[in-house]
Every structure is written in structure tokens, then in C-alpha cells.
Design a protein around this ligand. Structure first.
Ligand code: ADP
Ligand code: MG
Length: 311
């Protein structure tokens, strides 16, 4: 199967025609229709085998995750995801792999209503790059540099599950729900759009709360105090994490939850519109930097940041 047959078979018809795709896969460019009075939101993320997913990951999950991590970035801007491109580098045109990969990708794409509109296909060590695009009403994008003193700092869902699964890879007694969080992250698209109207700032948690929240704080020129004992846990995580709890929840990565800053008076209004938990974990402060405390208010020292390449 050559490159073009492969594209035709697995990718050209992956998603259904859409009114805002004037021209999709097959020409030199895709032509996309952005609504008037909207801004285009664009993000890209690469997944490398062995670095962003364990080499033994199911092809289905690789397809799912490659798109999910990009949709998570759009979610964090409050954007409405619409389109994506796909660049795949493959060692071989393994049909079993392509079959699983394209199914995982398609299932999430169809569920979220996004169209695959182009890409590139090359040979080499396995890597996947997706560029996802969406839109926000003009001027309404949920940025990371707008947090205000006194805002409540909140997170969606639970933290640490994926990091625990990664740490316990291959442990047969591990709760499958934890592995699920690692392999099939759920981009918080609906929550992001709710937060666009209520929050001052947001970031998605891909590299661990400590690192990602620090980016938001420096961009906003503020600090935060975070209560480690308030960080939300799943039941499976709570029964298994033990003394690793705080480390996994702050530095683990792969959560793909949203961390948002909003006036505390709006937290209930946000919760009323969400179908996932929203937990207040701390507050934005004038004093710069990120300070972790425990339930008694005592400062706790933790590793300063999450995952970084080239370190
Ligand atoms: P070009 O030489 O013009 O860059 P290519 O030969 O790379 O075009 O690709 C042919 C068409 O197939 C283009 O429309 C391109 O966007 C699309 N395409 C290539 N690889 C993929 C892929 N993995 N997924 C979706 N579309 C793809
Ligand atoms: Mg090309």
C-alpha cells in the first residue's frame, strides 16, 4: 500500500462532510469557513512513541489521545473545536495498527464533531502531530494571563489518576479506570465553554498542576496559595496513591483537566452548568509564586515543576 492508498483508505473519509469545510482532504490546502465575528483558535501537539505514550499502548488509544490532547488545549481557551490536521510518521504501513489508530481517532472526532481536513504522511520512527482548530467569539478567548487577585483557583475532575497509572504500568491489580485516564483522556470541551463566560483565566493540565499553574501565574503576574489536601481524587486513586498522593497530583502530568481562576461568587453558577466536579483548590494572591499548604495552612515544600523536555 503506497502513501496515497493509505491516506485514501484510513484518513480521507475519516470524518463526515461539514458545512464549514469548503474543501477537505485531497487538495493542496483545506478551505475552512470561520464564522464572521469569530477568532480562529489554533493549537498543535506531537506525540512520540515511548515519550508521550508507553510503546505498548493500543493503536486505538494512541489515535484517541493524539486528538484528545489537542482538543484539551482548545477547551482551555473556551473554543468550539471544528477541524484538525494529522501528520503521521510510521515505520511501516501496518494495517492492524492503522485500523486501530484511525478508529480511535474517528470515535473521538465524531463525538466532538470535528473534521479531519488534511495532513501529511511520512516514513520514520512513530510520531503523530495533530493541529486542531476551533473558534471563539471575537475577544472572548479564555487566556492564561488574566487571573485576578482574590480569584478562586479551581480544577475540573480529579488529579493524579494518569500519573498513578503510568507509575504502576504493568501492575495487574491496578484499577482499570486509572489506566483509562492515561490512555483515553477526556478533553473538557464543554467545561471550557462554560468557563469562557465566567472565568478570568484558564490553562489545561498536561504537565502537572505545579508546572502548568506556574505558567498561568507568571503570565498573569500574580501568585497563588494551593491547599494540597483539597486536590480532588478519584476513589481508585485515593485507595492506591498512599504517600505518593501529593507528588502525583502536582507533578504527575497527563491529567487533561482544566485549571481555572474565577471570582469565588461565580463558582456555584459554574457548577450548575457542569456535569463534572469543579473543586476550589486555592486562591490567587498578590505575593508572586506558587505556595502549597496543607489543610492546617502550613507551607509544604514540593518539587518546583512538572515534566520538562531537554532536562
Ligand atoms: P502535498 O504534496 O500537496 O503536500 P500530500 O501528498 O502530502 O499533498 O497529501 C495529499 C492530500 O492528502 C493532501 O490534501 C493532504 O492534506 C492529505 N493528507 C496527507 N496525509 C494525511 C493524513 N495523514 N491525514 C489526512 N490527510 C492527509
Ligand atoms: Mg504533503
Amino acid at each position: 500500500m503506497d502513501e496515497f492508498a493509505l491516506i485514501r483508505r484510513y484518513f480521507a473519509g475519516l470524518t463526515a462532510p461539514a458545512a464549514d469545510v469548503v474543501l477537505g482532504v485531497g487538495d493542496d490546502c483545506a478551505l475552512l469557513r470561520v464564522p464572521p465575528d469569530a477568532e480562529l483558535a489554533v493549537t498543535t501537539d506531537t506525540l512520540i512513541a515511548g515519550r508521550h505514550f508507553p510503546t505498548a499502548t493500543e493503536p486505538y488509544d494512541i489515535g484517541w489521545k493524539a486528538l484528545a490532547v489537542n482538543l484539551s488545549d482548545l477547551a482551555a481557551m473556551g473554543a468550539h473545536p471544528r477541524w484538525f490536521t494529522l501528520c503521521v510518521t510510521l515505520e511501516t504501513a501496518n494495517q492492524h495498527w492503522l485500523e486501530g489508530f484511525s478508529r480511535g481517532l474517528r470515535d473521538l472526532a465524531l463525538r466532538e464533531g470535528v473534521s479531519l481536513v488534511g495532513g501529511d504522511t511520512t516514513r520514520g520512527p512513530l510520531s503523530i502531530t495533530i493541529t486542531a482548530m476551533g473558534h471563539v467569539p471575537r475577544g472572548s478567548g479564555l487566556r492564561r494571563d488574566r487571573a485576578q487577585i482574590g480569584d478562586a483557583v479551581c480544577v475540573t475532575g480529579t488529579l493524579g489518576d494518569a500519573a498513578l497509572a503510568l507509575r504502576a504500568l504493568g501492575v495487574p491489580t491496578l484499577d482499570p479506570s486509572l489506566r483509562q485516564r492515561l490512555d483515553r483522556p477526556e478533553p473538557r470541551v464543554a467545561a471550557g465553554r462554560v468557563m469562557r463566560d465566567l472565568a478570568h483565566a484558564a490553562i489545561d493540565l498536561s504537565d502537572g498542576l505545579a508546572g502548568d499553574l506556574s505558567h498561568l501565574l507568571s503570565a498573569s503576574g500574580v501568585g497563588a496559595v494551593i491547599d494540597l489536601d483539597a486536590l480532588p481524587m478519584s476513589d481508585a486513586f485515593a485507595s492506591r496513591a498512599g504517600p505518593l498522593r501529593h507528588e502525583l497530583q502536582t507533578a504527575g502530568g497527563d491529567d487533561y483537566e482544566l485549571c481555572v481562576c474565577l471570582p469565588s461568587a461565580r463558582v456555584e453558577a459554574a457548577r450548575a452548568q457542569l456535569d463534572i466536579p469543579l473543586t476550589v483548590i486555592g486562591q490567587i494572591t498578590t505575593e508572586p509564586g506558587l505556595r502549597f499548604v496543607d489543610a492546617s495552612g502550613a507551607t509544604i515544600a514540593l518539587p518546583p515543576h512538572g515534566y520538562r523536555h531537554f532536562e
